[in-house]
Unconditional design. Structure first.
Length: 378
């Protein structure tokens, strides 16, 4: 079925739907991972975005219920060069097309993904619309320019959990409404160190990595305030990844600022930006963002280079950080942007990339153990 993708600047790409009729809009971005499309599809950080995969073949190993990073598909649409309709993998339970159709998400193939990626690299990530119903480029351009901008949008509220849940046995366990969480009653008697995770769009593998590092994990809605968190009596606070612009997430920034020095804090991705803003810094939108599983990051403490998984369109402004209070600990070797920060006196640090991967390398998984060591010290 024929389809058209039109960007806000008028550039149009012909393609065809492999999921039937439909229409979608959002910001078009690209991801350079060669595999892991199911994890990409279900990553809440992609909320509001149409994802282009630069690797040409997608769908060849199907999908399965274990490799999800949230409870549903999060992307607005999935754009590929070539779709493989006959998956071959012993773990596969259905095809990629059936998976997308089952959740009403448009998937297209036959797209010149190389040309689209080059266009985004030159012009930056853009708003766009894709349709099988409206194939008129002028109409699509007008409609693309009416798509809301990611700048100034608080998308964390849209993807956060509505209720607190514990991570037990490798899956979320929603707590009954009548369970009182105050004063650490939610914790097990084994008295492992406990973490409250502010959910701005938490990936499941982050919860897995926290539990593998020896923590009990309670995930709470993004707007949970500082006094409520202190009532929960955790040993540490985790700031999760998430979609969109960090500056409108004022509630998360204020909560983090209030808890600085009261709890050890570790943040990932959007959590890094929220910590930076809580420390008095600024953030800005990158031209086309970092999305893929092969981003080189230099650890300034050790001099070692880590190959990392990333998915973000905003970054912390290095010059806005108070150099007497905040150290930059990691930088991106492609563009020298901030990839990690740490407070000099208070127990708080964060990284812009994804040490939990899924998909991607595990070079930085040590950071979860570093969080636990920081808890013991403080």
């Amino acid at each position: 079925m024929d389809a058209r993708l039109t960007l806000e600047d008028g550039r149009t790409f012909a393609c065809r739907s492999f999921t039937g009729p439909g229409e979608a809009s959002g910001e078009v971005v690209f991801n350079t991972s060669m595999s892991g499309y199911q994890e990409v599809l279900t990553d809440p950080s992609y909320s509001g975005q149409m994802v282009t995969m630069t690797y040409p073949l997608m769908g060849n190993y199907g999908v399965n219920p274990e490799d999800v990073e949230s409870s549903r598909i999060q992307v607005a649409a999935f754009l590929v060069k070539e779709y493989q309709p006959f998956p071959s993998n012993f773990r596969s339970t259905q095809s990629l097309a059936d998976y997308l159709k089952g959740q009403g998400v448009l998937g297209v193939e036959g797209l010149d993904t190389r040309a689209l990626t080059r266009h985004i690299r030159n012009g930056g990530a853009m708003r766009a619309i894709i349709s099988t119903n409206d194939l008129d480029p002028e109409s699509l351009k007008r409609r693309a320019n009416a798509v809301p901008s990611m700048v100034g949008m608080d998308l964390a509220r849209e993807v956060t959990t509505p209720k607190p849940y514990r991570w037990v046995g490798g899956k979320p366990e929603i707590l009954p409404d009548d369970v009182k969480l105050d004063h650490g009653i939610w914790r097990e008697r084994g008295r492992r160190p406990s973490v409250v995770a502010l959910d701005f769009g938490l990936k499941y593998n982050i919860a897995r990595c926290l539990t593998q590092a020896g923590f009990e994990v309670l995930v709470v809605p993004a707007a949970t305030d500082a006094s409520t968190i202190m009532t929960l009596a955790p040993d540490g606070l985790f700031l999760s990844n998430g979609p969109g612009d960090p500056e409108p997430v004022v509630y998360g920034i204020e909560t983090t600022r209030e808890l600085l020095g009261r709890l050890p804090i570790f943040g990932i991705c959007l959590g890094n930006q929220i910590l930076g803003l809580a420390l008095g810094g600024r953030t800005y939108k990158l031209k086309f963002g970092h999305r893929g599983a092969n981003q080189p990051v230099k650890n300034l403490d050790t001099g070692r280079v880590e190959i990392t998984s990333q998915n973000h369109g905003f970054a912390v402004d290095m010059e806005s950080l108070g150099k007497d209070t905040v150290d930059v600990t990691h930088i991106n070797l492609n563009d020298n942007t901030v990839e990690g920060i740490r407070h000099r006196r208070l127990p708080a640090f964060a990284v812009q990339y994804h040490p939990e991967a899924s998909p991607g390398p595990h070079d930085a998984v040590y950071l979860f153990d570093q969080f636990r060591s920081m808890m013991k010290t403080h």
